[in-house]
Design a binder for this molecule. Structure first.
Ligand code: SF4
Length: 821
């Protein structure tokens, strides 16, 4: 990690003059640290300090630029070892070479390949982008080829390879402003080639016969003032290449070893004469961590796959790939073909489309724009609810293409079936399978049904297959259930909430009346504030009660959560698109009838949020969960919260989604807090949520959240904090989730976490929050401080905590067997 925003702030003049375009020096410092602003925008910083900040904030793998104008290519700029930690920045350039020894026909063939081998995928152009021109002792020929390539392939970045510096100098002159890469300086020609690079201001490749040699030459080049280098470690075999690529990147990122902080060039054909094996090596180099990949030749089937691979690896995980909204005909559909709808997240599209294609059932696939969110996330964000689906179906033109009115929706959206039928009169909504793999059999069945009801002759072959597949599907669906029962044997404290409710919620109507009078009080607040998470529309039982406006299960759960130690009750009503204001007011009143526990209202619908808080008996004691920087929520909820005087959760979800590191979190926090302060909400009423990510995605983001929390008291004195604790164990087997949740809470306590949205049915977790296990907490904090802990001396319980800390700090790679190892 480079400098933090706080470290940069200390070097700023603190005039708060806004000349940099930011309201305060603090906001500017955070943006500089996050790489979202240039230190040069502040006119008052001393040039030497600017240089120091720019150097310290530079990515550990330096950015090298090739080409020019609209065909400028950046190499390097990488900051992480693994894509999921943040993102990979600049994809490798892939191409081949032309040598001065080649016949004219071969040179022409290769140039043609560059023009022909181009594809478009998900709106992105895929094509070879680099070409190495090799001088084999014929300088004039190299110049001639260079000129020809510049004329015929103006987008292609060039690598000029020669042992003769004069030949290179002339070829560089032909390139003009279009910057090539010199290949390259070795121990014999080092001084001469470094001089050439300094004079022509063109990047230089450092060629070594070993990592040691590359490191020494690179260090010498740096000392001579060259900052634009590319490394060729001269690996002797595939194994060495793989190791060298990892050592170079790891040394640059983890150790900040400057001689290795440059992009790497690879030549997979050096290691084999077998083209497919060469492509396999190239594919490894795409993942780890080449910036330039030169192949012996270009073949469509190999190049396309490498291009798709690099596209996938270099996609920003924060910005999902999307496909265009519209109607996609699959397998030649007609007026009796089934209609299936899903979101426009590219991965979902490809999976669903693939399953439909393989089913061979002619189908209309409707893709609705959800801004690249997956089905459930889009639903939660209000982008894939009944109203928006209905609006899309009506306007997209599918009604003119079909003679039936049957629409299959993803199985995960079963809950909106009724609502969608209300919004789409005349349509029958079919709930599809939860997984796309179930689509072929579901579609075959649906296709037959549509044709039968329309009086179209049955397709016997399809019908036969359908019956067989449905039978098979039924069998496979039944089997996992049986297995699940055997595998999951939760402890008493881990029994599903819904099951527990069914035991404790049986009360007579007389008892219920009495309870109305004698409300359950929230417990005295001590330790970490517990916001109970279970009253959630996504829960089958509670969700059903919410939709039916049946208060009893909700009130029972509210009482139970309060008794278990909840300090706040989170009422998660989802996007609440339909009747949101009525729904939110109803649920707040229903809960407040039976408990005094303050409400945390959780919805993405700002109107529903306002109505719900207004319906509370004590609106100033409520918690708005949550406000984000997005104007549609911020501009409505900010002034409202200030007027009512309630607290707000400030969720650090930026315009581009989840912040990728501590500095991005800090920059966003400052922006959001500044806006909330402007509305009149003091820091003390703002609960910052840095967003906890699942451990299944790795521990790096958890570490970034910890770093951010350690900076927060300086960024926003007095501000509170909260987290959605259970997020850390999302996607993990149910029986294992409490172990992760509990230890993460103890880790967060090191950063004085103020509150957490938790599962209060986990008794041990609540005890930890209330300070009942200081010895466990001390063990966790000792480990986090890096102090030696002898695992042999630990009790079984302590050992379980010890192993979990190792997983959550990234010392041990997460797997569901981490407690058994
Ligand atoms: Fe602060 Fe410089 Fe920006 Fe003025 S221009 S607010 S001094 S960072």
């Amino acid at each position: 990690m480079g400098l933090t925003g706080i470290q940069i702030l200390k070097k700023l003049p603190k005039k708060n003059c806004e000349e940099c375009g930011y309201p305060t020096c603090m906001a500017f410092a955070m943006k500089v640290a996050a790489g979202q602003a240039d230190i040069n925008a502040c006119p008052y910083v001393d040039p030497a300090v600017k240089e120091e900040i720019a150097e310290a904030s530079a990515p550990p793998v330096r950015i090298i630029k090739l080409g020019g104008g609209e065909y400028t290519y950046s190499l390097g700029g990488e900051t992480v070892l693994f894509r999921h930690e943040k993102r990979f920045e600049n994809p490798p350039l892939i191409g081949t070479f032309i040598s001065t020894e080649m016949q004219e026909e071969e040179i022409t063939r290769r140039i043609k390949l560059y023009k022909q081998l181009q594809w478009e995928r998900v709106g992105i152009k895929l094509k070879p982008e680099v070409l190495c021109l090799q001088d084999k002792g014929n300088g004039n020929k190299l110049q001639e080829i260079t000129q020809r390539i510049r004329n015929e392939l103006p987008w292609v970045a060039l690598i000029l390879s020669s042992l003769n510096s004069d030949t290179l100098r002339k070829a560089i002159e032909i390139c003009g402003d279009f910057k090539p890469l010199i290949y390259g300086a070795n121990s014999q020609n080092f001084e001469e080639f470094v001089q050439l690079a300094l004079e022509t201001k063109v990047p230089l490749t450092i060629i070594g016969n070993s990592l040691d040699e590359v490191s020494q030459l690179s260090e010498k080049a740096l000392q001579k003032g060259l900052k634009e280098l590319v490394l060729d470690p001269g690996s002797q075999g595939v194994k060495e290449l793989f190791e060298d690529l990892i050592i170079i990147r790891r040394s640059a990122i983890k150790k900040r070893f400057k001689p290795f902080g440059f992009p790497i060039i690879t030549f997979p054909y050096r290691y084999t004469d077998f083209y497919l094996l060469e492509i396999l090596i190239a594919s490894v180099a795409v993942c780890k961590y080449a910036s330039l990949i030169l192949l012996s030749d270009l073949k469509a089937e190999a190049l396309y796959n490498l291009m798709v691979e690099k596209m996938n690896i270099y996609t920003d995980p924060q910005k999902p790939l999307v496909v265009e909204e519209g109607i996609y005909p699959v397998n030649g559909p007609d007026e009796y073909s089934p209609v299936v709808i899903t979101c426009n997240f590219a991965l979902t599209y490809f999976i669903v489309n693939g399953e439909i294609e393989s089913s061979r059932i002619p189908t209309w696939l409707l893709i609705k724009n959800t801004d690249g969110l997956s089905v459930l996330t889009a639903w939660a964000a209000g982008k894939f609810g009944a109203d928006s689906i209905a609006e899309f179906v009506k306007k997209c033109g599918i009604e003119e293409k079909i003679k039936h009115r049957k629409l299959e929706i993803p199985g995960y959206l079963a809950g909106i079936k009724g609502e969608l039928e209300d919004e789409l009169p005349g349509w029958e909504i079919i709930v599809g399978p939860r997984e796309a793999s179930g689509l072929p059999s579901a579609l075959k069945k649906l296709y037959q049904e549509i044709k039968e009801s329309a009086g179209v002759k049955k397709d016997k072959k399809v019908e036969k297959e359908t019956v067989k597949e449905i039978k098979e599907k039924k069998e496979t669906e039944e089997k996992p259930e049986e297995k699940k029962v055997e595998e999951i044997k939760p402890k008493e404290s881990e029994v599903k909430k819904e099951e527990k409710i069914s035991v404790v919620s049986i009360v007579s109507s007389e008892e219920k009346k009495e309870e109305k009078v004698e409300k359950i009080k929230p417990r005295e607040k001590k330790g970490v504030i517990c916001i109970a998470e279970s009253i959630n529309i996504m829960s089958k039982k509670i969700g059903g009660a919410m939709k039916a406006r049946d208060p009893k299960p909700i009130q029972d759960m509210a009482k139970e959560e309060t008794e278990l130690g909840a300090d706040y009750l989170d009422l998660n009503i989802g996007p609440a698109k339909k009747n949101g204001t009525e729904f939110a007011s109803w649920i707040v009143k229903v809960v407040e009838e039976v408990v005094d526990t303050p409400i945390s209202l959780d919805t993405t619908n700002p109107e529903a949020m306002i109505a719900g808080i207004k319906a509370s008996k004590k609106p100033d004691k409520c918690l708005i969960n949550s406000i984000t920087i997005q104007p549609e929520r911020l501009e409505k909820l900010g002034p409202f919260a200030a007027e009512i005087g309630c607290d707000v959760v400030a969720l650090l979800w930026g315009a581009e989604g989840l912040p990728r590191d501590a500095n991005e979190r800090a920059a966003l926090a400052v922006e959001l807090i500044t806006k909330l302060n402007e509305y009149g909400i003091p820091n003390e009423k703002i609960w910052i949520d840095p967003i906890i990510t699942p451990i299944t995605l790795g521990a790096e983001q958890l570490k970034e959240s910890f770093i951010f929390l350690s900076m927060l008291s300086e960024i926003a004195p007095g501000a509170k904090t909260t987290v959605g604790l259970s997020n850390v164990s999302n996607g993990v087997a149910f029986r294992l989730r409490p172990y992760l949740n509990r230890v993460l809470l103890m880790m967060l306590m090191k950063y004085n976490i103020y509150s957490a949205i938790v599962d209060v049915y986990d008794k041990e977790l609540v005890e930890i929050a209330k300070g009942k296990h200081p010895d466990w907490v001390a063990l966790v904090h000792k480990m986090m401080d890096g102090d030696e802990v002898d695992s042999k001396t630990l009790s079984p319980k302590e050992l379980e905590i010890y192993k979990t800390v190792k997983v959550l700090t990234g010392e041990t790679i997460f797997s569901e067997s981490w407690l058994e190892i």
